[in-house]
Ligand binder design. Structure first.
Ligand code: ARG
Length: 467
């Protein structure tokens, strides 16, 4: 076959007479980001080549040569000897060019029935899939650390807050397990997103499908994907799967950020509920007494940048007509950055939660100071026939009285308590006991020990499920 001398080194250079400006090459290349997709790209190309071989589009021998060439490229990349060329634009063309160098002209047959549009959508879907699976795994590690602390500190009680004002006593386990529930839902959200991520777009080609007798179903199966695209134009042009991943990552970070906020507050000496492990805090260059919760602060801080990445891709996508537009190349950077932040944040939180120590005495002290048994006294009076509104008022008076004396309600003498209502008897002291206040709340999901045991068992059997 006669072939004209190629003017351009570009794989798409046939119709071009002049060289691309180097400014444009730099501006349009995506290699800085997408070389991270090399493993997915090679896996996708191998599955595509094998399918072309099965369908008779390539001979079995051609397919075999291409597949072993692709394997060699993977080894070159992983051993660091692969030479990346930004002027070849992206990971796809770098690999394809090298393939032809290794296996000769047969390498040029790999792209039969395929476009970079369905190729990049496939690579990215494979990445997002692995990313969601990794988050799920790391979420379980963190929940395990939370459950471990809840089990270790079963008896500990502390103030529960509303408006960050002391409200009612709760068990530490109940407080911690609230985060276990949030993270469990994040895990479920990732599971749900996976259904829509695990769809193969390969076979959509540039936008309209192809004339070659492809078999996208077997390609999908080989790559561990559950389904095949239903519409070629949709397949190459939507990035909702990445947006869902970014939304899941934003919620994970929201939950981690709230937990970080608790850690920051609880480690403040004004609260003193937790002692930050040395390995997870830092000092000040000038104030020798300082032990700062920088890790928690950074998780809280990085949450903003993950949200930003979600908004960034939403904005990129919002006005794009069908089908592929180069704008979409701006999809991978934000996703990779969010992915890395979620993984490192989950890991550092797991380590920190596991190493945290709780100061139970400081928690009890805070209970006293906050009159956290006031609701108990009001309920006590109500159970003896006083209308709740009146009991609320009477208890408020008792609180003001105790506050003036600088003591808790439970420290007042019986006569003093009786002076607010003659319904008071000496059994009120049992009711005012903080531990009892927690123990009595055994309604399902409540803070009482029986309810907490049920919750722990639920979380622990979920952790033992395979997924
Ligand atoms: N680097 C491109 C991207 O990330 C690959 C797809 C290019 N397709 C095209 N028609 N120029 O989106």
């Amino acid at each position: 076959m006669k072939q004209r001398e190629q003017e351009s080194s570009k794989l798409w250079g046939g119709r071009f007479k002049e060289k691309t400006s180097s400014l444009v090459e730099q501006f349009t290349q995506s290699l800085d980001h997408d070389r991270r997709l090399y493993a997915q790209d090679i896996a996708g190309s191998k599955a595509h080549a094998a399918m072309l071989g099965r369908q008779g589009v390539l001979t079995a021998e051609e397919a075999g040569v291409i597949i072993s060439g692709l394997e060699q490229i993977r080894m070159e990349i992983e051993s660091g000897i692969f030479v990346w060329s930004p002027e070849l634009e992206d990971v796809h063309m770098n690999i394809e060019k090298r393939l032809t160098e290794i296996v000769g002209p047969v390498g040029q047959k790999l792209h039969t029935g395929r476009s970079r549009n369905d190729q990049v959508a496939l690579d990215f879907r494979l990445f997002v899939r692995e990313s969601l699976l990794l988050w799920q795994k790391e979420i379980k590690v963190l929940v395990q650390a939370i459950l471990g602390q809840a089990q270790k500190n079963r008896e500990a009680i502390l103030p529960g807050y509303t408006h960050l004002q002391p409200a009612q006593p709760v068990s530490l386990a109940q407080h911690l397990l609230a985060y276990a529930q949030m993270l469990k839902r994040d895990h479920e959200r990732a599971e749900d997103a996976l259904k829509r991520v695990s769809v193969s777009p390969l076979g959509a080609a540039a936008l309209a499908g192809t004339t070659y007798p492809l078999d996208p179903g077997t390609v999908a199966g080989e790559l561990g994907l559950e389904k095949v695209f239903a519409n070629s134009m949709d397949a190459v042009s939507d990035r909702d799967f990445a947006l869902e991943g970014l939304f899941v990552s934003s919620l994970i970070m929201t939950h981690l950020s709230r937990l970080s906020e608790e850690i920051i507050i609880w480690s403040n000496p004004g609260f003193g509920f937790i002692l930050l492990p040395d390995a997870y805090s830092t000092g000040s260059s000038i104030m020798p007494q300082k032990k700062n919760p920088d890790v928690a602060e950074l998780v809280r801080g990085k949450t903003g940048s993950v949200f930003g990445r979600l908004v960034s891709l939403l904005t990129t996508m919002k006005a794009l007509p069908l089908t592929y537009n180069r704008d979409m190349q701006e999809d991978k950077g934000p996703y990779f950055e969010a992915h890395d932040t979620v993984v490192s944040s989950l890991r550092v939180m797991s380590g920190m939660v596991e190493a945290m120590e709780f100061d139970k005495k400081a928690m009890v002290k805070a209970l006293k100071k906050g009159f956290l048994n006031a609701t108990e006294m009001a309920d006590y009076l109500t159970s003896r026939g006083m209308p709740f509104r009146q009991a609320h008022h009477v208890t408020g008076e008792a609180v003001a009285f105790a506050e003036k004396k600088g003591v808790g309600l439970e420290d007042l003498a019986l006569e003093d308590l009786k002076s607010f209502s003659d319904l008071v008897d000496k059994d009120i002291y049992d009711v005012l006991d903080y531990g009892q206040a927690v123990k009595r709340r055994n309604t399902p999901g409540g803070t009482g020990p029986e309810s907490v045991s049920v919750q722990m068992a639920g979380i622990s059997s979920w952790l033992n499920e395979s997924a």
